[in-house]
Design a protein around this ligand. Structure first.
Ligand code: MN
Length: 257
């Protein structure tokens, strides 16, 4: 076995173990919760008119749910469509798909642990995708970032004249490779992806990635930040994984219709 295949096998085995642990703690995703999550992300300013969140279909891991192309704040259950992992819509009925749906299918293909994916252009994270300053966990709420947040450079996959969008399966695959086993990847000059073992966890990670970036920018102006180290990030992340539902209950109360 060549080394990349071996590493992929290790990753898949590790992800399967994580998936079993994650699935035990969270109820299965529902279309209703995905619609609510769209509105939460908009209400909390993680997304604006753009950006999206998907969820893997708990009844069929080779499918995922994603709203039709529209502003997340306006999504209801009736707007949610089903896709296969090549990001073909299975029940479009005339509805238009997001150009960047390939982000979602490509990640679900290689990350069996991932049950939900957020893509956002959150303003506070943009500086960390374009400068030498690395996004790191400035506080415990963002400990899931770990100490090495990957940055996707679209020029490496699409050349020097793309429109910056993940608009093909190949670009989705390239982004998923950059994400690797991480929970968050930045996209240079564009935004980020955040993944979770549940819809609430993906929302939590997207929200606190934005908060972390904002706080790190402030700390960098004051001096040299002291970040969580790898051991602190790991221990804190394990603690917080059990507390995600507290934020979810708070956030969804504001957007339930
Ligand atoms: Mn985008």
């Amino acid at each position: 076995m060549d080394r990349p295949s071996f590493l992929l096998g290790v990753l898949a085995a590790s992800c399967a173990a994580t998936s079993a642990a994650g699935a035990a703690g969270a109820p299965p995703a529902t279309v209703a919760d995905l619609a609510i999550a769209n509105r939460v992300l908009a209400h909390e300013n993680v997304v604006d008119g753009f950006g999206h969140i998907s969820a893997r279909d708990p009844q069929n891991p080779n499918r995922y749910w994603l709203a039709r192309s529209m502003a997340p704040a306006l999504v209801t259950e009736a707007d949610v469509m089903t896709y296969d992992l090549d990001s073909n819509a299975l029940n479009a009925n005339g509805r238009v798909s997001y150009l960047e749906r390939f982000i979602h299918g490509a990640i679900y293909k290689v990350r069996p642990d991932v049950q939900s994916v957020v893509h956002a252009h959150t303003a506070s994270v943009i500086p960390f995708g374009v400068s030498s300053a690395a996004l790191q966990p400035i506080y415990h709420m963002a400990s899931f970032l770990g100490t090495n947040v990957p940055v996707f450079e679209i020029r490496d996959a699409a050349g020097p004249a793309s429109d910056m969008l993940i608009r093909t399966p190949a670009l989705g695959d390239a982004l998923a490779r950059t994400l690797g086993s991480a929970n968050v990847a930045l996209m240079r000059g564009h935004g980020m992806v955040a993944v979770g073992t549940s819809i609430p966890e993906a929302v939590f990670r997207a929200y606190y990635t934005g908060m972390d970036a904002q706080l790190e920018s402030e700390a960098l102006r004051l001096g040299t930040p002291r970040f969580l180290n790898a051991a602190e990030a790991q221990a804190s992340s394990e603690t917080n994984a059990a507390l995600v539902d507290r934020s979810w209950q708070l956030w969804k109360r504001a957007v339930i219709q």
